[in-house]
Design a protein around this ligand. Structure first.
Ligand code: IMP
Length: 403
């Protein structure tokens, strides 16, 4: 049995959470393999909005278990807040349903302070200020603390944390030009202790599981934000490539299957960086408003633009995408003129007033999809036609996700 992967093809916020939720109905596991609480996956169920950050999007199905992979980063304070909120909405967040790898690196308050200090200075990139970059830097610099460390060697972990903190204070002092005296927070360890039962200490947690249980690998952020292949330096600090599922979970690479690349009918971006098709006009404002294009994590208004087929094609090839999913086609309903960038030029396409005509996609929307498929060379399997989890149109047969 091979297992599907879901990744973003633009700048995040493509609607990956909704697709994961759709596929998760039949999954035994949803596994996150990169990023941390910078992600915000929005799910709409019966008119109710649920946003997940660190918790994988399989949380809504009681039989589905959720795994936070080794290459993710986890903020225990944020995780506590998020799981408390999910619990208050009636979701089962008990440890048999959510596991974090013991190697997952932790985000401490000082990582967030470092992220914020940098954002306030001239080198700001428009990050989510969730401490993602500093956590990954400390990890690579071998100064960080992992989820399981406290339970393996409490004394040594506390010592190492003191060193990390002293280093963070020195960095902040240098950035701000004044004293920084961030302190170790006792509550922090108490909170980590609460999560002891959530930690998986297995070296290869999916080696056997992948032979008999259905797994779904949920990517965060997107290829244009990938640390190696995105629009550097305006990128996140992790890899969003499908192959990262094997490294990041970790997951047996011979068991990776179809790769679903998710993109929006138009484009959005939060934070700084190039955006060739950006609309800084009334049309952009209207699409932002209609599409509720405000960050799920930060609330920031997202920059809006037309679909860039050149970038999409690059990312489809980079990620070796087998199936495409286009979301939010309904947001463009009523736009008289829809544009698309192809071979460096903006071309106009006919707009659609409704996404569906009876039980079929409306003709202009279908032509828009064919134009994309012809250029990019991969079929569009699913089309998002509304916010609710049921509003997905199967344009090409979805077939077996686990074959
Ligand atoms: P960081 O990941 O917080 O360091 O932010 C780096 C860049 O990635 C910024 O432009 C963020 O706005 C963007 N970013 C990070 N995570 C997401 C996401 O889940 N959706 C959209 N943009 C994101």
């Amino acid at each position: 049995m091979k297992h599907p992967i879901i990744i973003g093809l633009q700048y995040g916020d493509e609607g990956k959470g909704k697709i994961t939720d759709y596929f998760a109905q039949k999954a035994d596991w949803v596994i996150r393999f990169n990023g941390g609480s910078n992600a915000g996956h929005t799910l709409w169920v019966d008119g109710k909005k649920i946003v997940t950050h660190s918790v994988p999007s399989g949380i809504l199905f009681p039989k589905c278990k959720n795994f936070i992979g080794a290459a993710c980063v986890l903020d225990p304070l944020g995780f506590k807040k998020e799981t408390d909120e999910h619990k208050a909405s009636g979701l089962d967040i008990s440890p048999h349903r959510i596991k974090s790898d013991y190697r997952t690196h932790l985000t401490f308050p000082f990582h967030k302070a470092l992220d914020e200090s940098r954002e306030l200075g001239s080198g700001g990139l428009g990050t989510t200020k969730k401490g993602i970059g500093p956590t990954y830097s400390f990890k690579v610099d071998r100064r960080n603390i992992r989820m399981g460390d406290l339970f393996i060697d409490e004394k040594g972990t506390r010592e190492r944390l003191k060193d990390s903190l002293a280093y963070a204070n020195a960095l902040i002092r240098e950035m701000k030009g004044k004293e920084s005296s961030l302190k170790e927070n006792e509550d922090f360890f108490e909170i980590i202790s609460l999560f002891k039962d959530y930690v998986s200490f297995e070296a290869a947690p999916f080696y056997r599981v992948a032979q008999k249980e259905k797994c779904l690998l949920e990517g965060a952020q997107a290829l244009s934000l990938d640390i190696d292949h995105g629009t550097y330096p305006f990128v996140t600090s992790s890899n969003a490539m499908p192959a990262m599922a094997s490294v990041g979970a970790p997951f047996p690479h011979s068991k990776l299957g179809r790769v679903f690349g998710v993109f929006k009918a138009y484009m959005t971006r939060v934070g700084s960086g190039p955006f060739a098709t950006e609309l800084k006009n009334e049309t952009g404002e209207r699409i932002r408003k209609n599409g509720s294009e405000f960050g799920a994590t930060t609330g920031r208004p997202r920059r809006v633009g037309w679909l860039d087929l050149d970038e999409l094609k690059n990312n489809v090839e980079l990620g070796d995408i087998s199936d495409l999913v286009m979301t939010k086609s309904d947001i463009l309903s009523g736009e008289e003129k829809i544009c698309i960038k192809r071979q460096g030029e903006i071309i106009e396409c006919e707009g659609w007033s409704e996404t569906l005509s009876g039980d079929k996609l409306s003709k202009p929307l279908d032509r828009y999809l064919s134009l994309i498929e012809d250029y990019v060379g991969v079929k569009i399997t699913l089309v998002g036609t509304g916010t609710d989890r049921k509003s997905l149109f199967e344009r090409n047969t979805l077939g077996d996700l686990w074959s």
